[in-house]
Design a protein around this ligand. Structure first.
Ligand SMILES: [Fe+2]
Length: 380
């Protein structure tokens, strides 16, 4: 880890310390672990940052690592066990639909907007058909996003729809209600298409006035669909109130508890989980397990307890393929999590041993944290 002059930092390097701009000591401009982009460099220089703790990403041949063992050799993920919750064809179709929707909405093409909203019925139907039939089976939602942050909103819409429908099923909503909830969740952030890109894609701390601008997205989405008569009242309200919080701390109206429609309360939980586990312009993604800790702490405060409990029952906290650090000092990759979602089976990187954490002989080993694949490679 080196403190480098800003002029020696190049895109792709990893920031090793939260960076603050002095005016706001509470919220970092960029968080530790963020990968530098040319836009970040421009913004940092503009703010007078002269030096940074940063490191180069691992670029060499893995066989040349000092361990004498190729760590990647043991990190092969059993594809059958990391099966996406929905088919990739459906995923691509949803991403394209959301993109078309944004174009029609910005062109105020009422007919196209209504046509696309109607087509979501069939898509949501197909997504639910791919869900596990047994409601106690968990789903891996970490395959749903695109790889580039430019399409974050499209992937976020899909992911929030899938998580919301999984929660809705668990809470006993009828199949028709689950489909409409999915439709509403896939449209929940459409108001963001009407907020300036400069703010939504800002790679740095968002100022208070900019945040106020972002907060308008709930009303903008609500009004545009209402004006075009593109859906029904439940969907409009689901969109309008998805940032309300049960303690009254949300927006736009500061509604409390059951004053907030059920769909909005469900979307709020799904939205929070997906946003935390996604890489954003100004911070890296948090792990599913860390995000669940945060959401559990919010249960009965800002988020509804039963909905949080349903989320924790239905999503994978340690998805197959995630890297973990164990209390005995080993690093491993989760290769199976069906028998116990909190005590998965892990393949140890250095020894290739298989450790089923649910096995009696391994009960004293705990998972300390989920860590990035890059950090495992670079840990020496
Ligand atoms: Fe939102």
């Amino acid at each position: 880890m080196f403190k480098l002059s800003i002029d020696d930092i190049t895109p792709g390097m990893i920031i090793q310390q939260d960076i603050y701009d002095g005016k706001n000591a509470f919220a970092p401009l960029l968080c530790e672990g963020t990968r530098v982009t040319s836009n970040f460099l421009y913004q940092l220089k503009k703010r007078g940052v002269t030096h940074l703790l940063a490191r180069k990403p691992f670029q060499g041949d893995v066989s040349s690592l000092p361990t004498g063992k190729n760590p990647l050799a043991s990190v092969n993920i059993p594809v059958s066990k990391s099966k996406p919750v929905i088919a990739s064809k459906t995923k691509n179709e949803v991403l394209k639909t959301m993109k078309d929707f944004q174009i029609s909405l910005s062109g105020l093409d009422e007919n196209d907007v209504c046509k696309i909203v109607n087509s979501l019925d069939d898509i949501m139907n197909r997504i639910v058909r791919d869900f596990p039939k047994n409601l106690t089976h968990t789903i891996n939602v970490h395959h749903l996003r695109g790889n580039d942050m430019a399409s974050y909103l499209y992937g976020h819409s899909l992911s929030v729809a899938v998580i919301s429908m999984a929660i809705g099923q668990y809470l006993g909503l009828s199949p028709e209600e689950v489909l409409l909830l999915g439709k509403c969740a896939s449209l929940h952030d459409i108001g963001m298409y009407m907020v300036s890109d400069e703010i939504t894609r800002k790679p740095a701390f968002i100022r208070k006035d900019e945040h106020e601008n972002i907060k308008r997205h709930t009303q903008l989405g609500y009004r545009s669909l209402l004006k075009m008569d593109a859906a029904d009242q439940n969907i409009y309200e689901g969109i309008l109130y998805h940032h309300e919080r049960i303690d009254g701390s949300g927006y736009p109206l500061g509604l409390k508890g059951e004053e907030i429609p059920l769909w909005s309360r469900i979307i709020a939980v799904a939205d929070t989980y997906d946003a935390m586990t996604s890489e954003r312009f100004h911070r890296p993604a948090r792990t599913p397990s860390d995000s669940c800790e945060f959401i559990m702490a919010s249960a009965n405060r800002t988020l509804e307890y039963d909905i949080v409990a349903a989320l924790l029952r239905r999503i994978e906290i340690y998805p197959v393929g995630i890297c973990v650090k164990l209390s005995n000092g080993d690093y491993g990759v989760v290769i199976e999590n069906i028998r116990s979602k909190l005590r998965p089976t892990v393949r140890i990187i250095d020894s290739d041993n298989i450790v089923n954490l649910n096995d009696r002989k391994f009960l004293d080993i705990t998972i300390l944290s989920a860590i990035s694949y890059q950090d495992i490679i670079e840990r020496k």
